[in-house]
Design a binder for this molecule. Structure first.
Ligand code: FAD
Length: 317
């Protein structure tokens, strides 16, 4: 079976969930082989997790050049690897970095590219979400190999134990790929709450929350449920909550077991980031709000009355 290259998303020595999703999808197409691109020593802490999710091989591309510059060196190393191992397909995360590498890789290989893929069939046919989540299309790369970016939270990661053999990748980076250097990295302080895109419960607030101070109500509900806090763009643009918590087309995509929308109307651009949530609960004082078309459970009411009552009930349990 052909090797399917999965470009590993990782940070702080941990494999990100989208990588486990990609390894799960890759098994549909062939034998998953994980590609770790990072600074010296980046691969070793990741190998066990990658094996647990079916990686039969780990290609380790480690160099200060990969860590110290923007994505151009990673795209160059990846293009050389693809040329040398001729995989059956290449999967990257539909994340900011994954998409940028994928675009550059497609140009270098003169290959087609499909982004925001949510499912892949064995013949390489991809299911893609387009137009802000309003349309789902089936597509195939017709020039070159299937090169796809996978939308985070589209697939349930399923373990499939393998014993990955680690193989070192040549990392010779041309000076032309080193035109933009990383001068500083600011790691977002990791609070007690789970990471938004990986949380199994997300409680989001919208313009209906009214102001930044009232967002404490959203945070309290998230903490009671052990979840992450999200926000609509209107809430973010109004300065109620920071942008990194925005859910939607121009924010993050989440797909938790439970999504609670408080004072959010349910505009298509917001839905694009949360509509694949397993159970959706909405609280909105307007019975006609579009969020109710999507919600599994809806409460028509004032969130400032409903949320404290719900919190009280949850605390009793
Ligand atoms: P509103 O639409 O104003 O809705 C507020 C809701 O709160 C109303 O339904 C109201 O009935 C309810 N409400 C008010 N008070 C209460 C109360 N006391 N109790 C209960 N309910 C109450 N939006 C995103 O969210 N994410 C994106 O990534 C995003 N990207 C975009 C990209 C583009 C190119 C464009 C054009 C728009 C984008 N938007 C995005 C904006 C989107 O179109 C909506 O404007 C936005 O989602 C609305 O946010 P909201 O639901 O919080 O506000």
């Amino acid at each position: 079976m052909a090797e399917v290259l999965v470009v590993v998303e990782h940070s702080g020595g941990e494999v990100k969930k989208v990588t486990l999703e990609m390894l799960t999808l890759a098994r549909e197409l062939g034998t998953p082989a994980a590609v770790v691109l990072g600074g010296p020593g980046a691969a070793a802490p990741l190998v066990d997790k990658l094996s647990e999710y079916g990686a039969a091989k780990v290609y380790a591309g480690e160099s200060a050049d990969l860590d110290g510059y923007l994505v151009a060196p990673k795209a160059a190393v990846l293009a050389a690897l693809v040329r040398s191992v001729s995989p059956g397909a290449v999967l990257l995360g539909s994340t900011q970095e994954g998409k940028e590498i994928a675009g550059r890789l497609a140009v270098k290989l003169d290959n087609g590219l499909l982004t925001d893929v949510t499912a892949l069939a064995a013949d390489g046919t991809a299911t893609q979400v387009v137009f802000a989540g309003s349309t789902i299309v089936k597509s195939r790369v017709t020039r070159g190999l299937p090169l796809v970016t996978v939308r985070p939270n589209s697939v349930t990661p399923v373990p499939s134990a393998a014993s990955a053999e680690v193989s070192t990748v040549d990392v010779t980076v041309d000076e032309s790929a080193k035109l933009a250097r990383v001068v500083e990295r600011k790691v977002e302080a990791k609070g007690a709450r789970p990471e938004l895109t990986e949380a199994s419960v997300v409680v989001s607030g919208g313009r209906g929350v009214g102001n930044a101070d009232n967002f404490k109500l959203v945070e309290e509900m998230a903490d009671l449920l052990g979840g992450a806090v999200g926000a609509s763009r209107a809430a973010v643009d109004s300065g109620y909550y920071p942008h990194q918590f925005q859910v939607g087309q121009t924010g993050k995509t989440v797909s938790p077991q439970l999504y609670v929308a408080l004072g959010i109307s349910g505009a298509i651009q917001h839905r694009a980031g949360m509509q694949t949530s397993k159970t959706i609960v909405a609280v909105n004082k307007d019975a006609e709000a579009p969020i109710f078309e999507l919600a599994d459970f809806g409460v028509v009411g004032d969130l400032f009355k409903v949320v404290p009552q719900a919190a009280e009930e949850i605390r009793k349990r």
